[in-house]
Write a protein that binds this ligand. Structure first.
Ligand code: PHE
Ligand code: ZN
Ligand code: ZN
Ligand code: ZN
Length: 294
């Protein structure tokens, strides 16, 4: 199946069980051919007919990352944190990733009240759902000198899932194989997050660096990165229900990438804990990144 993002300009469609709907769109095997127009003179009524379909050119839009920086005494040591501001087209994206975006804004506002030692840089990424477009473009455009100034990157994508488990990106590569090497220093970030959960008595588990969120460009550039995640489309197990409550047999986020990812699609307690932890991590690294960078 092609969509407008990946479709070639022209492709051959062998028609089987074609039908024309009342609105004039055409269905083959029950799949509507959306945004396509058919060459004149091609009869779509018969099985095995060949149609040449022109897919309309992919829509082009300009989108923007929003970057805010709080300069510290040391402008050569930058602590970054990010969340994506866009959602899928299907829904408002409140847990994914309004949760991370809102908590990041609150953290940024509270950091404005003190003078950090290190420089703090907050990123609200564009077009994550289109393939990590904003964060990838941002990192690609940095010079080596600018990359070298970034001590670490913290990612917050989905931190208030309604049927949550508290997860920390797992930098320990002895237990699984990452598609890209996880930069040294990432383990120290994981340890900081985990030590906070331990201190407040909240159980946590590992999340994979699956390459599915905005930390990816940073680890590919060799920058230590970590983050929090409360789960997306994966089904909660009985074991996880015993630890975190919620409902086994249901997705961590039952409204993942759907219209119902609205303001009610949050566990406010998980979001509260993770917002506090986001601020704690930022404040810790505002004063020193030595545990990460040596
Ligand atoms: N980035 C995914 C999305 O926005 C969600 C996700 C986050 C999946 C972190 C895995 C790990 O849909
Ligand atoms: Zn998403
Ligand atoms: Zn997301
Ligand atoms: Zn771990």
């Amino acid at each position: 199946i092609f969509n407008q993002g990946n479709a070639p300009d022209r492709f051959e469609l062998i028609v089987a069980n074609a039908a024309t709907l009342g609105d004039g769109s055409t269905v083959t095997h029950g799949i509507p051919v959306v945004g396509a127009s058919f060459d004149q003179g091609v009869a779509l009524a018969a099985d095995d007919a060949t149609a040449y379909v022109h897919v309309l050119p992919a829509e082009t839009r300009t989108d923007y990352n929003v970057i805010a920086e709080r300069r510290g005494r040391d402008q050569d040591n930058v602590v970054m944190a990010g969340a994506h501001l866009d959602s899928v087209i299907e829904g408002p994206g409140i847990n994914d990733d309004g949760s991370g975006s809102a908590a990041l804004l609150e953290t940024a506002l509270s950091m404005a009240r003190m003078k950090p030692h290190n420089t703090l840089r907050f990123a609200w990424w564009a077009a994550e759902e289109q393939g990590l477009v904003g964060s990838t473009s941002y990192v690609e455009k940095l010079s080596q000198e600018e990359l070298d100034r970034i001590a670490l990157y913290l990612n917050y994508d989905m931190i208030g899932s309604p049927n949550y488990v508290q997860m920390v990106y797992d930098a320990d590569q002895s237990t699984w194989e990452a598609p890209v090497a996880i930069p040294d220093g990432s383990t120290a970030i994981e340890d900081l997050f985990e030590s906070y959960y331990t201190k407040i008595g909240v159980p946590y588990d590992d999340a994979e660096y699956s390459g599915r969120s905005d930390y990816q460009a940073f680890i590919e550039a060799g920058i230590p990165a970590g983050g929090l995640f409360t789960g997306a489309e994966v089904i909660k197990t009985e074991e996880q229900e015993a630890i975190w409550g919620g409902t086994a047999g249901e997705q961590f986020d039952p409204c993942y990438h759907q219209a119902c990812d609205d303001i009610d699609n949050l566990d406010l307690q998980a979001l509260d804990v993770n917002s506090d932890l986001m601020a704690f991590a930022m404040l810790t690294y505002a004063f020193s990144t030595e545990s990460v960078n040596g």
